[in-house]
Design a protein around this ligand. Sequence first.
Ligand SMILES: Nc1nc2c(ncn2[C@@H]2O[C@H](COP(=O)(O)OP(=O)(O)OP(=O)(O)O)[C@@H](O)[C@H]2O)c(=O)[nH]1
Ligand SMILES: [Mg+2]
Length: 675
Amino acid sequence: MTNSKPTGPRSVALIGPYLSGKTTLLEGLLHTSGTIGRKGSVTEGNTVGDSVPESRSRNMSTEVNVATARFMDDEITFLDCPGSIELLQESLFVLPGVDAAVVVCEPDKDKAQALAPLLHTLDELGIPRMLFVNKIDKATITVQALLDALQPISSKPLVLRHIPVQEGDEITGYIDLASERAYHYQARQVSKVVELPGTAADAFGEARYGMLEALADFDDGLMEKVLEDVTPEKDELYANLTKDFQNGEIVPVFLGAAEQGGGLFRLLKALRHEVPSAGAAAARVGADGATGTLAQVLKTYHTQHGGKISIARVWAGELKDGMTLNGQRVSGIFRMMGHDQEKVSTAKPGEVIGLGRMEEVVTGETLSDSGADALPTAEILAPVYSQAIAAVRRDDEVKLSTALAKVGDEDPSIYTGQDSATHQLIMHGQGDIHLKIAMDRLRNKYGLEVTSERPKVPYMEAIRKSVEQHGRHKKQSGGHGQFGDVHLRIKPLPRGSGFEFVDKIVGGAIPRQYIPAVEAGIKEYLNKGPLGFPVVDLSVTVFDGQYHAVDSSEIAFKTAARIAMNDGMKLCGPVLLEPILRVDITAPSEHTPKVNAIVSARRGQILSFDTRQGWTGWDVVSAHMPQSELHDLIIELRSATQGTGSYSATFDHLQELTGRLADDVVTAHNEDVAA
Ligand SMILES: Nc1nc2c(ncn2[C@@H]2O[C@H](COP(=O)(O)OP(=O)(O)OP(=O)(O)O)[C@@H](O)[C@H]2O)c(=O)[nH]1
Ligand SMILES: [Mg+2]
């Protein structure tokens, strides 16, 4: 078997749960590779990644950090993704553009499940991945116990590449199972090769056998050797490790401590030798065989002074400064080092670079100079959390809508729009922190202060009884008078019918030309019924009336109709209607009982539960739930499911709400209107 070394620039995503150490790992890899001279730390706030104020103030990544490392004669661009589940969209956009992913996790069984959604996404996209068990300095469980917890979550076998060497309670180094070398961690330096410790001989033999067995499943020649107890040559071993990783058959597992630098040189070497050349990813996304220049945008951001930067992966052809892609001129090509940039004049296939001032280009867009077909891109996540926002200063409103467009451009999972029923400006996103970050961006980048509050629920009202009501508007003292007189029959209709107007006037009791005014008066009233909400599901018939040859007018009939509605509707047994949504909640099956309890406690009605299509070990619980109960549902769901639970919701129907809950809604609404 030949093992041709991958060539050309490559791109690797660092993904993994919140605070597992990805940004620290990025810093460590940049330092260990010699790309940067000084190693910063997340806690000191001086890393290459996380340089924006929203990240620094929270000690977390709030967007993808892009940095290109040079290691020996190789060039690898790292895309360090934020771990918060609320910022998942960032990862989804960059993953199509990488050759492999390093999944960073902690040696903590309780955090294992947080990996599930990410691993599933990698499966769907067919991206080779390795696991980097970080913070090995803080491990309280054995690596084997960790793998036992992680294996059920990974669809591919986890194959240990190292085993730890322990002295007392401390992990002081590791043995590389392929090279059969032992290493001793040295603070902030490349680990030192040491003699294979005798105490580790058994563990080493067992782990190495486990590795060979896993590889043998994908190679007949190796299988024969394992069965016959013949030790394979190193070359054959590395070739198998590389091939199986590249084909996504196995997930190699590396150990280390990003902060202290342990295991990073080894990881870099594995990346250098094993991450496939860009051609494999190009074939995966359908960008192979392209003629001309082809690239795809993985991320977009607006800088305060330098305009818009589009981070793009070049799939084919040479990308030159000044060339026109998708009808727009490339104004600057940049090699990225976090938010610092180095100007270059061209980029070749495989490179991930920043493109300047392509104002109309959006994240996910395929760029070409020859009108190539669009490559697949990530879906935009449906919102799960919303807040009503408003500019603190009234004269900022125009500025706010421009800034919101830019915030949405940078992060399409933030969507802001006017609610047609409540007239509030609603910002939708993936959670409380997500929206707070967006609001911080408004302040930090655009100098805009906004307030936020829980969005109003678009309640409606309907009636339960029919009445006939007379309404008269008469003003005949002095000058031109006003006269309109109507008899209305108000009748409830079944749920979902809306509003129906019936004209039953015979014999000219009301002249034809005034009938539309009667209807208009009724409709105007229906914007706000006796309880204070828009009225639906009723029929109003005008069946009699009177007019005056001189004093009658459209406005007089409109007013008469409104008077009749105002007096009559109170007698019709008004009832509040609340919007009910169909909600589908997904979570690993072991959490399903908790999900059911949450649904019930929030006045939900469970419709069904089923296994989640394509997700082994996951369920989907479907329910009808009142919209008023959904505001913070995601927060409770995530805390009950180790961050894995989510939901989608669509409007289903309006349902009567009575009793104390209804009284509270009406009181709060009227107080609000009065304020
Ligand atoms: N003990 C120990 N701590 C580490 C190690 N690597 C990172 N940390 C700490 O873990 C915390 C989180 O590190 P980050 O690098 O910000 O983690 P992250 O995965 O980028 O976080 P998000 O991007 O917000 O998901 C910081 O306090 C780091 O100092 C490690 O190897 N050992
Ligand atoms: Mg980070």
